[in-house]
Design a protein. Structure first.
Length: 246
Protein backbone atom coordinates (compact mmCIF):
# COMPACT_ATOMS: atom_id res chain seq x y z
CA UNK A 1 0.00 0.00 0.00
CA UNK A 2 2.93 2.39 0.55
CA UNK A 3 3.56 2.32 -3.20
CA UNK A 4 -0.01 2.88 -4.32
CA UNK A 5 -0.16 6.59 -3.37
CA UNK A 6 2.75 7.78 -5.55
CA UNK A 7 1.82 5.36 -8.35
CA UNK A 8 -1.72 6.73 -8.44
CA UNK A 9 -0.64 10.38 -8.25
CA UNK A 10 2.55 10.57 -10.31
CA UNK A 11 1.78 7.62 -12.56
CA UNK A 12 -1.78 8.77 -13.17
CA UNK A 13 -0.73 12.25 -14.24
CA UNK A 14 2.02 10.78 -16.40
CA UNK A 15 -0.55 8.66 -18.23
CA UNK A 16 -2.80 11.70 -18.68
CA UNK A 17 0.05 13.76 -20.13
CA UNK A 18 1.02 10.89 -22.42
CA UNK A 19 -2.55 10.66 -23.72
CA UNK A 20 -2.57 14.41 -24.34
CA UNK A 21 0.68 14.11 -26.28
CA UNK A 22 -0.79 11.32 -28.42
CA UNK A 23 -4.19 12.86 -29.10
CA UNK A 24 -3.30 16.53 -29.46
CA UNK A 25 -1.84 16.28 -33.02
CA UNK A 26 -5.20 14.97 -34.28
CA UNK A 27 -7.06 17.72 -32.45
CA UNK A 28 -4.65 20.31 -33.81
CA UNK A 29 -5.31 19.23 -37.38
CA UNK A 30 -9.02 19.95 -36.91
CA UNK A 31 -8.27 23.68 -36.54
CA UNK A 32 -9.27 25.34 -39.79
CA UNK A 33 -7.05 28.41 -39.54
CA UNK A 34 -3.65 27.39 -40.90
CA UNK A 35 -1.76 30.16 -39.12
CA UNK A 36 -3.18 29.12 -35.76
CA UNK A 37 -2.64 25.42 -36.51
CA UNK A 38 1.02 25.96 -37.34
CA UNK A 39 1.68 28.24 -34.38
CA UNK A 40 4.68 27.51 -32.22
CA UNK A 41 2.67 26.95 -29.05
CA UNK A 42 0.32 24.42 -30.61
CA UNK A 43 3.21 22.62 -32.30
CA UNK A 44 5.04 22.36 -28.97
CA UNK A 45 2.15 20.90 -26.95
CA UNK A 46 2.90 17.20 -27.75
CA UNK A 47 6.58 17.59 -26.92
CA UNK A 48 5.84 19.41 -23.67
CA UNK A 49 3.23 16.79 -22.72
CA UNK A 50 5.64 13.90 -23.32
CA UNK A 51 8.42 15.74 -21.49
CA UNK A 52 6.23 16.30 -18.44
CA UNK A 53 5.15 12.64 -18.58
CA UNK A 54 8.82 11.59 -18.58
CA UNK A 55 9.61 13.82 -15.60
CA UNK A 56 6.64 12.44 -13.68
CA UNK A 57 7.68 8.84 -14.38
CA UNK A 58 11.23 9.66 -13.34
CA UNK A 59 9.97 11.24 -10.12
CA UNK A 60 7.86 8.12 -9.54
CA UNK A 61 10.93 5.94 -10.01
CA UNK A 62 12.83 8.02 -7.45
CA UNK A 63 10.00 7.68 -4.91
CA UNK A 64 9.68 3.92 -5.42
CA UNK A 65 13.43 3.30 -5.18
CA UNK A 66 13.75 5.53 -2.10
CA UNK A 67 10.85 3.82 -0.32
CA UNK A 68 12.27 0.41 -1.14
CA UNK A 69 15.93 0.95 -0.20
CA UNK A 70 15.97 3.77 2.38
CA UNK A 71 17.89 2.61 5.44
CA UNK A 72 18.82 -0.72 3.82
CA UNK A 73 21.97 0.10 1.83
CA UNK A 74 25.23 0.19 3.86
CA UNK A 75 27.42 3.27 3.46
CA UNK A 76 30.23 1.04 2.17
CA UNK A 77 28.05 0.34 -0.89
CA UNK A 78 26.08 3.59 -1.08
CA UNK A 79 29.04 5.99 -1.02
CA UNK A 80 31.18 4.25 -3.70
CA UNK A 81 28.21 4.07 -6.07
CA UNK A 82 27.57 7.78 -5.50
CA UNK A 83 31.26 8.50 -6.15
CA UNK A 84 31.16 6.55 -9.43
CA UNK A 85 28.15 8.59 -10.58
CA UNK A 86 29.90 11.86 -9.65
CA UNK A 87 33.00 10.70 -11.53
CA UNK A 88 30.78 9.93 -14.54
CA UNK A 89 29.44 13.48 -14.46
CA UNK A 90 32.94 14.99 -14.27
CA UNK A 91 34.36 12.77 -17.01
CA UNK A 92 31.33 13.48 -19.18
CA UNK A 93 31.89 17.23 -18.84
CA UNK A 94 35.60 16.82 -19.70
CA UNK A 95 34.75 14.76 -22.78
CA UNK A 96 32.23 17.35 -23.91
CA UNK A 97 34.84 20.11 -23.88
CA UNK A 98 37.90 18.17 -25.08
CA UNK A 99 39.16 19.49 -28.45
CA UNK A 100 40.70 16.26 -29.76
CA UNK A 101 37.93 14.17 -31.31
CA UNK A 102 34.19 14.42 -32.00
CA UNK A 103 33.72 10.88 -30.65
CA UNK A 104 34.48 12.16 -27.16
CA UNK A 105 31.70 14.72 -27.47
CA UNK A 106 29.17 12.11 -28.57
CA UNK A 107 29.91 9.62 -25.80
CA UNK A 108 30.63 12.33 -23.25
CA UNK A 109 27.11 13.69 -23.58
CA UNK A 110 25.65 10.20 -23.11
CA UNK A 111 27.84 9.58 -20.05
CA UNK A 112 26.94 12.97 -18.55
CA UNK A 113 23.22 12.43 -19.12
CA UNK A 114 23.07 8.92 -17.63
CA UNK A 115 25.35 9.81 -14.71
CA UNK A 116 23.27 12.89 -13.87
CA UNK A 117 20.01 10.96 -13.84
CA UNK A 118 21.68 8.21 -11.83
CA UNK A 119 23.10 10.68 -9.30
CA UNK A 120 19.73 12.37 -8.79
CA UNK A 121 18.10 8.98 -8.25
CA UNK A 122 20.74 7.52 -5.93
CA UNK A 123 21.16 10.70 -3.87
CA UNK A 124 17.52 10.30 -2.75
CA UNK A 125 18.33 6.92 -1.20
CA UNK A 126 19.21 7.26 2.49
CA UNK A 127 21.93 4.76 3.50
CA UNK A 128 21.87 2.67 6.63
CA UNK A 129 22.83 4.57 9.77
CA UNK A 130 26.40 4.27 11.02
CA UNK A 131 25.18 2.80 14.32
CA UNK A 132 23.53 -0.12 12.54
CA UNK A 133 26.62 -0.72 10.43
CA UNK A 134 28.73 -1.52 13.50
CA UNK A 135 27.39 -5.07 13.48
CA UNK A 136 28.08 -5.67 9.79
CA UNK A 137 30.77 -8.28 9.08
CA UNK A 138 33.78 -7.29 7.04
CA UNK A 139 33.67 -7.75 3.31
CA UNK A 140 34.91 -11.27 2.52
CA UNK A 141 37.31 -12.12 -0.26
CA UNK A 142 34.59 -14.04 -2.10
CA UNK A 143 32.44 -10.90 -2.20
CA UNK A 144 35.22 -9.03 -4.01
CA UNK A 145 35.58 -11.95 -6.43
CA UNK A 146 31.85 -12.01 -7.15
CA UNK A 147 31.85 -8.24 -7.66
CA UNK A 148 34.83 -8.38 -10.02
CA UNK A 149 33.26 -11.17 -12.06
CA UNK A 150 29.97 -9.26 -12.33
CA UNK A 151 31.73 -6.02 -13.27
CA UNK A 152 33.95 -7.74 -15.84
CA UNK A 153 30.95 -9.51 -17.38
CA UNK A 154 29.04 -6.23 -17.69
CA UNK A 155 32.10 -4.53 -19.20
CA UNK A 156 32.57 -7.28 -21.79
CA UNK A 157 28.88 -7.52 -22.71
CA UNK A 158 28.32 -3.76 -23.00
CA UNK A 159 31.57 -3.09 -24.84
CA UNK A 160 31.03 -5.96 -27.27
CA UNK A 161 27.48 -4.80 -27.98
CA UNK A 162 28.58 -1.19 -28.41
CA UNK A 163 31.44 -2.14 -30.74
CA UNK A 164 29.12 -4.28 -32.84
CA UNK A 165 26.47 -1.56 -33.02
CA UNK A 166 28.91 1.26 -33.85
CA UNK A 167 31.28 -0.54 -36.20
CA UNK A 168 31.90 1.47 -39.38
CA UNK A 169 29.88 0.40 -42.43
CA UNK A 170 29.58 1.68 -45.98
CA UNK A 171 29.57 4.45 -47.05
CA UNK A 172 31.65 5.37 -43.96
CA UNK A 173 30.20 8.84 -43.48
CA UNK A 174 30.36 9.72 -47.16
CA UNK A 175 27.22 10.48 -49.14
CA UNK A 176 26.01 7.38 -50.92
CA UNK A 177 25.96 9.14 -54.26
CA UNK A 178 29.56 10.24 -53.82
CA UNK A 179 30.59 6.81 -52.55
CA UNK A 180 29.19 5.12 -55.66
CA UNK A 181 31.41 7.30 -57.85
CA UNK A 182 34.64 6.24 -56.15
CA UNK A 183 36.81 3.52 -57.61
CA UNK A 184 37.87 0.48 -55.59
CA UNK A 185 41.18 2.02 -54.54
CA UNK A 186 39.50 5.12 -53.13
CA UNK A 187 36.87 3.01 -51.35
CA UNK A 188 39.59 0.85 -49.81
CA UNK A 189 41.43 3.96 -48.60
CA UNK A 190 38.30 5.37 -46.95
CA UNK A 191 37.47 1.95 -45.46
CA UNK A 192 40.94 1.56 -43.96
CA UNK A 193 40.87 5.09 -42.55
CA UNK A 194 37.44 4.59 -40.97
CA UNK A 195 38.44 1.21 -39.52
CA UNK A 196 41.69 2.59 -38.10
CA UNK A 197 39.90 5.56 -36.54
CA UNK A 198 37.30 3.26 -35.02
CA UNK A 199 39.87 0.85 -33.56
CA UNK A 200 42.27 3.50 -32.25
CA UNK A 201 39.84 6.17 -31.05
CA UNK A 202 36.26 5.02 -30.73
CA UNK A 203 36.82 1.63 -29.08
CA UNK A 204 38.87 3.16 -26.22
CA UNK A 205 36.06 5.66 -25.66
CA UNK A 206 33.55 2.79 -25.56
CA UNK A 207 35.65 0.93 -23.00
CA UNK A 208 35.95 4.08 -20.88
CA UNK A 209 32.21 4.67 -21.09
CA UNK A 210 31.36 1.12 -20.01
CA UNK A 211 33.78 1.15 -17.09
CA UNK A 212 31.23 3.19 -15.15
CA UNK A 213 28.31 0.71 -15.27
CA UNK A 214 30.86 -2.07 -14.66
CA UNK A 215 31.99 -0.31 -11.47
CA UNK A 216 28.38 0.13 -10.35
CA UNK A 217 27.73 -3.58 -10.84
CA UNK A 218 30.91 -4.42 -8.95
CA UNK A 219 29.80 -2.58 -5.81
CA UNK A 220 26.20 -3.81 -6.09
CA UNK A 221 27.19 -7.46 -6.62
CA UNK A 222 29.83 -7.28 -3.90
CA UNK A 223 27.29 -6.15 -1.33
CA UNK A 224 24.46 -8.39 -2.54
CA UNK A 225 26.67 -11.47 -2.36
CA UNK A 226 27.27 -10.81 1.34
CA UNK A 227 24.14 -12.72 2.35
CA UNK A 228 25.36 -15.80 0.48
CA UNK A 229 28.83 -15.56 2.01
CA UNK A 230 27.46 -15.20 5.54
CA UNK A 231 25.09 -18.12 5.04
CA UNK A 232 27.99 -20.28 3.85
CA UNK A 233 29.88 -19.56 7.05
CA UNK A 234 32.44 -17.05 5.72
CA UNK A 235 35.18 -17.35 3.16
CA UNK A 236 38.75 -16.21 2.91
CA UNK A 237 39.49 -16.16 6.61
CA UNK A 238 36.68 -13.75 7.57
CA UNK A 239 34.87 -14.52 10.80
CA UNK A 240 31.12 -14.05 10.73
CA UNK A 241 29.14 -13.18 13.89
CA UNK A 242 27.68 -16.70 14.03
CA UNK A 243 31.11 -18.35 14.06
CA UNK A 244 32.51 -15.83 16.48
CA UNK A 245 29.75 -16.46 19.02
CA UNK A 246 30.26 -20.18 18.65
Amino acid sequence: MRYWGPIRALGGWAVIMGIIGLLFPSLRESITDETTRNGVLLQAVPFVAFFIAFLLLYALLIVLVARTYNGRIPNRAHNPILSVLIAGILVGVVLLFQPFHIVGYRYGFLLLLISTFGFILWSHVVPKSARLELNLPKIATLQHVVGLIAGAAILVVLTTSAVSANAPVEPYGVRQRVWDRYDDAKKAEIRDLATSDFNNVEIPFLILLNLFPAALFYFAAREASGAFVRNSGGVGGEITPARESA
